[in-house]
Design a protein around this ligand. Structure first.
Ligand code: XMP
Length: 326
């Protein structure tokens, strides 16, 4: 690791006061680096990119151009929240790109998980590149790189860091969080006034719901993943588990089973609920969910998601399972 990539001697940011001091120093540093230049960034709505955007809006306001790409694999309400917070509340320049059909058409019939990840990553770069070319006078590219991204290879931020841009779009990087750990990023995000639902978000993979709709993605199964995930998140929040469980989501595997609806036998999809705790994502234990909560979530999914006839709870730790299904 080069010296410029080594965390300087600094106190761990654990309090609002330390966060304020970090923010004040970063605002000076960002203004010094950027001057009157224009900055481009891809805003996914994840914790890191949201905190970078909020810092830059404070530092250089309208000199920042945010691009939010909806690849169709976002969770329910996520793109809407990005627009509400950044465009409506913080007044950012934000281009919303509806690329849903583009991504889903490219992914049609592709069953191999790595191939799916590659397609999503490559298409993301392509969409971002197209948007970048429409803007004039961009000199900087802001990214939500954090310290663990530099230190370890870790779970890859496959498409968040848009390093694969062509030569003429390789702008000077702006990475204000590159020496921070995740918990510090959250303290800074809170101090910047971002909503709790953004700051304390559970980890969400770059390929989004795409890896939770196993095998070749179809629109009906994707919709079943999105709707069941929204129900799960709502019920976890009501039960206060959103603050304690590390990662929780639903998966719709590519397999049907027989069920009965209106007195007729009909095949439909199952929904698998997964809720795990971990320190570093290398190993994970399952959360011991209260039985009544599982029953409530099951009842809601079965009545509100018409393409589903079974709800299962995944009891498998990592290893031998992984956290995601693919
Ligand atoms: P696994 O499934 O390998 O996941 O136990 C470990 C952690 O990594 C996340 N994950 C990803 N994150 N791009 C990402 O940005 C990916 O392709 C990806 N695959 C898995 C997963 O959600 C878990 O937190």
């Amino acid at each position: 690791m080069t010296d410029s990539n080594k965390r300087p001697e600094m106190e761990r940011i654990t309090t609002p006061e330390l966060a304020e001091a970090f923010i004040a120093a970063q605002l000076d540093a960002l203004r010094a680096q950027i001057g009157s230049g224009r900055v481009l960034m891809a805003l996914s709505g994840g914790v890191d990119s949201s905190v970078v955007a909020a810092l830059l809006i404070k530092a250089v306001g309208k000199q920042l151009e945010c691009v939010h790409v909806n690849h169709g694999l976002m969770r329910k309400g996520e793109s809407e929240q990005v627009i509400e917070v950044f465009r409506n509340q913080l007044g950012a320049n934000l281009t919303y790109v509806d690329a849903v059909d583009r991504f889903l058409d490219k992914l049609a019939g592709v069953a191999d998980p790595e191939q799916k990840r590659k397609i999503i990553g490559a298409e993301f770069i392509r969409v971002f590149e197209e948007e970048a070319r429409k803007l004039e006078g961009i000199g900087f590219l802001a990214q939500g790189t954090i310290y663990p991204d530099i230190v370890e290879s870790g779970p890859v931020k496959s498409h968040h860091n848009v390093g694969g841009l062509p030569e003429d779009l390789r702008f000077e990087l702006v990475e204000p969080l590159k020496f921070l750990y995740k918990d510090e990023v959250r303290v800074v995000g809170k101090a910047l006034g971002l909503p709790d639902s953004m700051v304390y978000r559970q980890p969400f993979p770059g390929p989004g719901l795409g890896v939770r709709c196993t095998g070749a993605i179809t629109r009906d199964r994707l919709e079943a993943v999105r709707e069941s995930d929204a129900i799960l998140r709502e019920e976890f929040a009501l039960a206060g588990l959103d603050k304690t469980v590390w990662q929780y989501f639903t998966v719709v595997p590519e397999v049907t089973s027989t069920g009965v609806r209106d007195g007729r036998r009909v095949d439909a999809w199952p929904v698998v609920i997964r809720a795990v705790n971990t320190r570093d994502a290398m190993t994970a234990e399952i959360e011991e969910l209260p039985w009544p909560l599982l029953q409530k979530i099951t009842a809601r999914i079965l009545s509100e998601v018409p393409t589903v006839n079974r709800v299962l709870y995944d009891m498998s730790p990592k290893p031998p399972a992984t956290i995601e299904f693919e």
